[in-house]
Design a protein around this ligand. Structure first.
Ligand code: ATP
Length: 436
């Protein structure tokens, strides 16, 4: 597939606004610093991305369990994890125009005014600070989590005990994370509030290499299974100097963004760094006792860490397509069925009152099974186009023949094929088509 272009990015951002996927936050007040709200379609798409991840990482496996840890936690978590000391970006100020930049993003020239008069880089901690309780003092400082991972490490013993799993096993979590990014941007690629999908997979130390390779393959396949073209994806191993302080090996799943290759997800071999750090700081044993061999060890951790909001954007860029149908240009989001916000749109052929009760009966039949849209305004051709543009895989049309034969027409978004199906067989027919 052709690489996404800056023009495509602009088109997709506009589509997101126009069709209700993503809105600039606080828009009536002029917006708020690269913050976004997910609209009626965006909330569905984002949820489907997270559900597809959960299905693959938790539901279809018997060696991973879920967790939903709090966003606020004891500051000791962030002290032990190294975030208080190390979760920093190098910040430089332009002495000329006063803009602030990430030193590693700009080289020696201010992208705003072109000046080379920059300050020396200084470490800027990216965690959002707040106060818990009514007194704003040092003792009540807390931090919004900058990643979901630590919630899984500090619950390691709880999960081990209650789930009766043993290594190799994993804990999975999706949820919001917060980073005071110096230069957010590129739509929802980099925001200060975003959603992550992370797995911490605990393994016997001597199996870490094998599991690292396993998860790199598995995670790359997740994107292609959901329809992401393989030539827009690559796996890039980090150079030794790029590695985080806790990692002995990291590979990024990268996507071909309009501005070049960039991260979608990082897969890291975190060794026993986190469990050992929390064990040392808390005085609690965070290890596994293997009864069969009578040995005790601190598991090593392989972590595939993805961004849900960033991934959603990549799926939109990859799905956007145009073609010509009946001599008219058409925009179509070729989203995988699993990701499409609506699976089915029920469209009475006309707004005539005689069709409405049957169309509503069909809608009522489908709603318990699928997320449905219902639209009875405008010409049918325009309504098909509206559904194509938001990626709805199937339209179900109720026409005047339906009143006689109790059958409806299913239209396929991609093949444009139309088939007549009895209403009594509609749910099974759509279930079959959506299962592929
Ligand atoms: P980057 O190098 O792009 O800042 P990172 O290496 O700091 O990312 P991780 O800490 O590995 O990111 O986080 C895992 C995933 O979370 C990333 O691959 C990305 O998809 C997502 N993510 C991280 N920071 C942001 C952000 N500010 N906005 C949106 N998604 C983010």
């Amino acid at each position: 597939m052709d690489a996404p272009t800056p023009e495509l990015m602009e088109t997709v951002v506009n589509l997101c606004k126009r069709r209700g996927f993503v809105f600039p936050s606080s828009e009536i007040y002029g917006g708020f610093r690269s913050t976004y709200d997910y609209g009626p379609l965006g909330v569905l798409l984002l949820r489907n991305v997270k559900d597809a991840w959960w299905r693959s990482m938790v539901q279809l496996r018997d060696d991973v369990v879920g967790l939903d840890a709090a966003i606020l936690s004891s500051p000791r978590v962030w002290e032990a994890s190294g975030h208080l000391a190390n979760f920093t970006d190098p910040l430089v100020d332009c002495r000329s125009c006063k803009e602030r930049w990430r030193a590693d993003h700009i080289g020696d020239t201010c992208p705003n005014c072109g000046s080379k008069d920059l300050t020396e880089p200084r470490a800027f901690n990216m965690m959002f600070k707040t106060f818990v309780g009514p007194v704003e003092e040092g003792a009540s400082v807390a931090y919004f989590r900058p990643e979901t991972a630590q919630g899984m490490f500090v619950n390691f013993a709880n999960v081990l005990q209650t789930s009766r799993k043993k290594p190799p096993f994993g804990i999975a979590q999706t949820g919001k994370s917060f980073r005071n990014e110096i230069t957010p941007g590129n739509f929802v690629f980099r925001t200060r509030e975003f959603e992550q999908m992370e797995l911490e997979f605990f393994v016997p130390p001597d199996e870490a290499g094998t599991w690292f390779d396993y998860w790199c393959d598995e995670r790359l396949r997740w994107y292609t299974d959901l329809g992401m073209p393989a030539d827009l994806l690559r796996l890039r191993p980090h150079d030794p100097e790029e590695l985080s302080h806790y990692s002995t090996g990291t590979s990024d799943v990268e996507f071909r963004y309009p501005w070049g290759w960039g991260e979608l997800e990082g897969i890291a071999n975190r060794t026993d760094f986190d469990l050992t750090a929390h064990s040392d700081a808390s005085g609690q044993r965070l290890e596994y006792f293997d009864q069969a061999t009578g040995t005790r060890y601190v598991p090593h951790v392989i972590e595939p860490a993805a961004g849900a909001t960033r991934t959603m954007m990549a799926f939109l860029l990859a799905a956007y397509d145009t073609d010509v149908v009946n001599d008219e240009p058409r925009t179509v989001l070729r989203l995988h069925h699993r990701l499409a916000p609506y699976k089915v749109a029920v469209l009475p052929l006309s707004k005539k009152e005689s069709l409405t009760p049957t169309a509503r009966r069909v809608l009522g039949l489908l709603q318990p099974h699928f997320m449905c849209d219902y639209d009875e305004t405008q010409a049918i051709g325009r309504r098909y186009r509206r559904q194509d543009e938001i990626g709805t895989p199937f339209c179900v049309t109720v026409d005047f023949d339906t009143l006689d034969d109790d059958a409806v027409t299913i239209r396929d978004r991609d093949s444009l094929e139309q088939v007549r199906v009895p209403i009594g067989a509609l749910v099974a027919e759509l279930q079959g088509r959506l299962a592929t």
